[in-house]
Each structure stands twice: as C-alpha cells, then as structure tokens.
Design a protein. Structure first.
Length: 298
C-alpha cells in the first residue's frame, strides 16, 4: 500500500472520530439501556460486535445497561424436554416447568454476556429482576386468559442498578421478576427494557432487532423513517401502517419516551456496529423515536 493511500485512510478514520466528538461529549456520563435480542444473540460474530460497541460506550464515559432476552434458546430447551412451545399474542405460555427452563436459560445467557464484556475490559455484573427486588410484577393476563408465570411490571427499584453504575460496573439484566408473594415470573424483555429505562431516566434506549427500523411500507426498505416524533409514531399506528411484531415494539417505544427516556432507537442488530453507527454518525442506521423534532440531534 502506498504512503498516500495510508495517509488518506488515516485521515478518513480521523474524520469519523471528529464527526463522533459532539455526540461523545453530549452523551458523556449518560445512561444508555440496550435491549439485546434477535439474531445478534445467536450469531457469535454479531454478538462480538454488539459487546464491543457496549464496551466502547463504557470506555468513552457513558453508562450502558444491558437488558437481554433469550426466547429462541428457551424454545429450544422446552422442545428438548418434549414440550411444544406455546404463545398467545406473542407471549410465551409459561407453566411451572417452563418457568424453570426459562430461568435456567436466561441465567446461562446472562453470564455469557458478562464474560464477553469482561473479555473486552469492562467490569460487568449479571442480574435478574429478582435481585434486590428490582422488578416487581403482577400476573399478566391476555384477553382474560391466564398464561401462567408471565409478569406485568408494576414497580422498578433501581437501587442495585444505581449502585453498580456508580461503582463502574455494567449491569446485565435478565427479565425475571417476583410478585408480592415472591414467586418468580417471566417478563417480556422489551417490556423490561422500557420499564428499566424509564425508571433510570435513561438518555437512550436501543432495541436490537431483526429489522432495519420502522418502514411506512414494511416490504419497501426505501420507506425507512430515520426519525419519528411521538405524534408521527402514534399516527402510523392509528392509520394502520404498523402491524405484526412491530406494533407492540413501537408502542413500547412510545411509552418509554413518555416515561422520560430522551430518545429510543430501533436498530437492525444484524448490522455490524449498529449501535455506534446510530449513536455517533449524522445519518444513523435505524429509526429514532423522540418527543418532538426539537429534540432530534441531527
């Protein structure tokens, strides 16, 4: 490689860092919640990229918190036990036996993420919502139907998360909570991430998904909307443009912004370093939901 080409490559890298500088300054010492799920959890290469992104956020002075799922892994183990995974409106029917499997799998996933973070020079602690009474729940019913040990969050106690952040740790949280009788419940990971981000007053909440973001026409990637206000998002739902799995996710985003999260991102976790591209570049790579356009960082 010629000297000129090497210099030009170095200049390109420096330009990228300069573009990121105002964002790094703005988000320094701010809490960022990352809901980690989808293909990015199953592909080892993507997992490495996500954890590297989170580690970088920590090293430049942000306070990342990971909330993770593990649905596909839970389904695999339930099937291995000879049971058929069952869902109602996207929520897993969770009897006592399935609850044991879910807790086992989520704890396994939790500790593997802690290990990855530690390998990247970041101190991390794995938790469930049971720890410190973090996530208090009540039984969740779907259209009046009892679907077992599935919880609806009624309270978030952030004391243990605050303590870990203050002492330089990245909390890694599995979505399991307890009810008033101290029974364990499985919680939808998106719901847990929203509740935790709102309780922490997070600057950002990022959902890593298997889609590029919110498209007005889901079949046409060119209709991707980079920024949505709450009004825009609610109108898309009302007008019938949003359906399927995106509908509850977008509603979660709306609720998170209303609860005080400054900016919520829906990102394609299959893209390498999607967190860094969305947080630290002008173009971004997904959809951001904000209260109003005046809060856009563009």
């Amino acid at each position: 490689m010629s000297t000129d080409k090497k210099v030009n490559q170095a200049i390109g890298k420096a330009t990228t860092l300069i573009e990121a500088l105002p964002y790094i300054r703005k988000f320094n010492n701010k809490i960022v919640v990352v809901k980690y799920g989808g293909s990015a959890m199953l592909d080892e290469g993507l997992k490495k990229n996500v954890i590297q992104d989170v580690a970088l956020l920590k090293h430049i002075g942000m306070h990342p918190v990971i909330v993770h799922g593990g649905g596909k892994e839970i389904s695999k183990w339930v099937s291995m036990m000879g049971k058929e995974p069952e869902f109602v409106n996207g929520l897993r029917v969770t009897d006592a036996e399935t609850m044991e499997v879910a807790e086992m799998v989520l704890n396994k996933v939790n500790k593997s993420l802690v290990q990855f973070l530690e390998l990247n020079g970041v101190k991390a602690v794995g938790l469930t919502g049971k720890d410190g009474g973090m996530l208090r729940v009540e039984k969740k019913y779907v259209d009046g139907k009892d679907i077992g040990f599935v919880g609806n969050i009624v309270d978030v106690d952030t004391n243990i998360i605050d303590t870990l952040i203050e002492n330089g740790y990245v909390p890694v949280i599995a979505p399991i909570g307890m009810d008033k009788d101290y029974l364990g419940y499985n919680i939808n990971a998106d719901d847990a991430a929203c509740a935790i981000a709102g309780a922490l007053g997070a600057e950002k909440l990022a959902f890593l998904t298997d889609i590029e973001g919110v498209c007005k026409d889901p079949k046409d990637p060119s209709t991707l909307m980079s920024v949505l206000t709450l009004e825009d998002a609610e109108k898309l739902i009302t007008d019938g443009y949003i359906g399927g799995g995106m509908l509850p996710k977008l509603r979660n985003c709306i609720d998170a912004v209303k609860s005080g999260v400054s900016r919520v991102h829906i990102l394609d976790g299959r893209k390498e370093h999607c967190l860094l591209l969305e947080f630290f570049t002008q173009e971004g790579v997904g959809t951001a939901i904000v209260n109003n356009l005046e809060e856009s960082y563009e």
